[in-house]
Design a protein around this ligand. Sequence first.
Ligand code: ATP
Ligand code: MG
Length: 721
Amino acid sequence: MHSSPLLADLNAAQLEAVAAPPGHYLILAGAGSGKTRVLTHRLAWLVAEQGLWPHSILAVTFTNKAAAQMRSRVESLLEQPSQGLWIGTFHGLANRLLRLHHDEAGLPREFQVLDADDQQRLVRRTIREANLDDKRFEPRFGTWLINAWKDDGLRPDQIDAGRDPHGQHWIDIYRAYQQACQRGGLVDFGELLLRSYELLAEHPALLAHYQRRFAHLLVDEFQDTNKIQYQWLKRLAGDSGQLFAVGDDDQSIYSWRGAQVANMQHFREDFAEVKIIRLEQNYRSTEIILQAANHLIAHNGDRLGKDLWTEHKGGEPIQLYAAYNENDEARYVIGRIEQWRSHGERLDQSAILYRSNALSRVLEQALVEAKIPYRIYGGLRFFERAEIKDTLAWLRLLNNPDDDPAFERALAQPPRGVGEKSLEKLRAMARERGVSLMRVAADPALRANLTGKPRSGLTEFVAIIDELREGVSERVLAEQVEAVLEHSGLRAAVAALEPREAEARGENLNELIAMANSYRVPEEDEAMGELAAFLTQASLDAGDSQAAKHADAVQLMTLHSAKGLEFPLVFIVGMEEGLFPNQRAMEEGPQQLEEERRLAYVGMTRAEKQLVLSYAESRRWRGGAAYNAPSRFIRELPGRCVSEVRPKVQLTRPSAFGAASSSKPLNTSPVKLGGNVRHPRFGEGVIVQAYGQGDHARVQVNFDDHGMKELVLAFSKLEFL
Ligand code: ATP
Ligand code: MG
């Protein structure tokens, strides 16, 4: 009956969804069950089989990449270019509407879209112009607040500050910021949605036009739509548009950004006769991976509930690696990737996922050392992150006062009221005299050329640098980094951010301290001094550009960024209490914990063939060493699906420590897995493996500075700490 090739390779439930008669549909299904595939096929089917004009369809996906993929899939299914098709992200489509109707929307034809940085700068300026203190009214927090209001569809007049004067100030800032945007023809991301939503509300003729035009609205990842996005869809659909939404409540991971799973319920209430179709066959993962993921997510309450099965019976067990520390974890992951590659597999078929961005640093370093190309998907490499660059600028300036680019960056972060005009004056004076900016700034007579806030800001800046420089010689590297964070105000500026961001960026700063802590000057740089050598290392690491866009490279990303993607080999690292689930979720309570669990479910279900989970028994974290218990999510997996990688070594007492006696209990031996040792040449390290007896007793030690070494106990002169 269905002769179309579009309908080949679909199971019965998928077929029902793809070729469904007119109406509203909610495709509710678990990970890897073909939701995105169904959406794409439905689109192609509507055009090819139902003869619909491509321009009568609107399809929304979560990322630009997903949109591009969908477009190309549709084109290949239709074997023609998909002109006139509106496929995009919510922001992309809203932008398109506003471009077409900028007059009605009250915008100039050439309105500019503000990126996050520009937006923040404008918020900062607004705060200053209102004569408010930008320490109490933190621009980054303000930006977040304004975006949250816009995501909720709120304009300044619709917000009630209650009796909080602080709140009233923020509302005024929002209003002034919006006026500045309007004067400059500027539109931020949140504004794109809100403005296009208002455009439709205020122009009934236009609304009627689009409601007639878009007979079909298709939405992927529906569980993560926020309030304004849902309202936007609802308005565009009107009475005649048919909404086809696919989603999975178990994969809702953006509630912190305003996403509302409740939109699934709203959809069923707000639209007449929404038919629900469930897809239950998973095509992505092996049975073992799927069973484990199903078992895990069953620990959440309040689910819509669904069952997933697969024809890919069996599969390799999920591997669980208990690392001694973060370096051991990275080493293991790299070893597995090398093994993968040596079997002729492609690197880009593997992905390393982590809960927190800061975890990428150790992995990046290990990958660089192993010369394995990698890409960070949907994020920045460690050394490209703003807070890291800011801190390094301060350190560079301490190390070399004549480093002008470092001077400019450090002076700007955190800001001290020295604007572009004053900076230009400084540059001119420096040019005239042929000296660096710092030398100009340090000269009170020259500083006198500035007045008011810029002058006092610059004076303060110079004083801080002087103070930091004085203490430098007594401090070890990590303390220098800490001192810079403290005295520069960088730490405080990060802490004042919106809580999620404060946490993520704070973790990156701590990671930099941890890096400084474990840094040892390599022999060839010994003449240089510790700080200089460290900075050299950092800039070398930063300079190693990531693999080119289409090059074969390991994919690194946060669990959030992995949504919708799939890879044959997946690692999830840092599976520890306090990291994943993260500390805040553990403190905030059951709802946050459930969102973390959904995130774990998303992560696990990215894996097609092999899934490797790891945790570290000790980890340099938040500046110190943390000994976290393994994540509860590991315990929540069915034991039959998991195999622990670390062999449980039967240790016998080696003869080097007395009479060989295999029956002696292990703990009388100084050889303890995880125990610390010192070696006259290799320095300190951790015992990772031990085997053999008597003269043959050997240990494998992971040395902090020299990596993994295998030593014969009898000759190794190891000192047990
Ligand atoms: P997620 O919840 O992670 O977004 P999804 O439900 O959108 O997953 P898809 O990405 O559409 O799932 O599909 C998962 C994988 O299964 C894809 O590789 C897809 O091509 C494949 N697949 C889906 N349906 C079928 C089918 N009927 N026959 C063969 N392969 C299929
Ligand atoms: Mg999908």
